[in-house]
Ligand binder design. Sequence first.
Ligand SMILES: Nc1nc2c(ncn2[C@@H]2O[C@H](COP(=O)(O)OP(=O)(O)OP(=O)(O)O)[C@@H](O)[C@H]2O)c(=O)[nH]1
Ligand SMILES: [Mg+2]
Length: 400
Amino acid sequence: MKLVVNIPTYNEKENIESCIKNVLAQAKNLKGLDLEILVSDSHSPDGTGEIVKKISRTNPKVHYLDVKERGLGVGIVKGHRYAIDKLKADILAQMDGDLSHDPVTLPQMISFINQGYDLVNGSRMIKGGKNLLGWHRRLFTRGSALFCKLSWGTFKLTEYTNSYRVFTRGLFQKIDFSKVPWKSKTYIIQPAFLYAAIEAGAKIKEVPITFQDRKKGYSKAKIVAYTFDVLRFGIRVRLEKSATFIKFLIVGTMSYFVNAVLLGLLFRGQIYSLKVLPGPILSFLPLGGMAAKISIITLDRLFIASVIAAEVSIIFNFFWHENWTFKNREHKGSIFLRLFKFNSSSIISPIIQVVSIQVFFHVLHLSEQIGLAVGVIVGLFVNYAINILWIWKAHPRPAK
Ligand SMILES: Nc1nc2c(ncn2[C@@H]2O[C@H](COP(=O)(O)OP(=O)(O)OP(=O)(O)O)[C@@H](O)[C@H]2O)c(=O)[nH]1
Ligand SMILES: [Mg+2]
């Protein structure tokens, strides 16, 4: 198994040699792994490239890649691609080249990859982690993390804007980079890559790290522009997520109309109060007393019509969710199993409505109409949750 540690650099001549040395020193703690380093440099004018090339001439474990263009994302993405294609890496790691990230954490991070995690995220914000930057940078880190949590809905993840990560080749290859703004001049690649990993279904583990302030060289971070990018990215994610929910509501409304029209035609030959057929489609079925009974249920025209209309509307609903609302989510297993799950979960909403009406009327002594309205809304969210957690489970499928 080969681990390639990708170190993106721009003007790091004072740091890069020590950084490489510190990473290589971890080889003894990474038994069974072939550790190599790739410096993916944006053609630094300060001579970072010459230093790395000189080291790589005597040490075959150290590689230099000139990615030419500026941008942390360019260094990261082109670096990992090179590590996979040319260096045949199985595990990919990335860290800053200014000694802010301590390679002593690498063995622990790798151990989680060996336990089956797809991505290990170095965090300054879990127990044991430290952020030794100045107050305004700490504020940015915390503020961005809170904003990402809220806009992405990922409350278990604590760290979003740090680069120190380890992940599998398989995960990297699953990521849809057309949706990742990796050519940006800010560091938006850091949260955007993490989000893409979540979307690709990555199993993620966070480990505490200490983030040292750089001692030498200068910062290339553009914090104001980066903040705007984090905000813009979060809003985009939120809108995309809401788009699914809006589609869910549209399909729900449409299936109500399917249900209503069909009930009208089967039972009366009408669409609402508009007469369209000479008589009910189910005119051959009796109404009331003449019909067969099963305990308290009368199997008359109204009952049969409402069951057929409800079932057709459920199938209509399912068809649109399958091919539109949840199109990009995982469609595992047989379509009939999903249809069965959808069918059986459709009963939950009316149950919630009935319970809510009872509670509002009898317990809270409020109008049954309020109970119904609350029940409908709660039922809607419960149904949505069931759909995304049970039926079209897990993560969107990466676009082809
Ligand atoms: N390949 C490449 N790497 C970059 C570029 N800009 C920054 N980097 C590297 O990305 C890492 C993080 O950049 P830093 O300037 O340290 O940003 P920061 O860690 O947020 O800020 P400070 O630590 O305060 O300087 C460092 O290794 C930089 O050399 C770039 O345009 N291309
Ligand atoms: Mg730094």
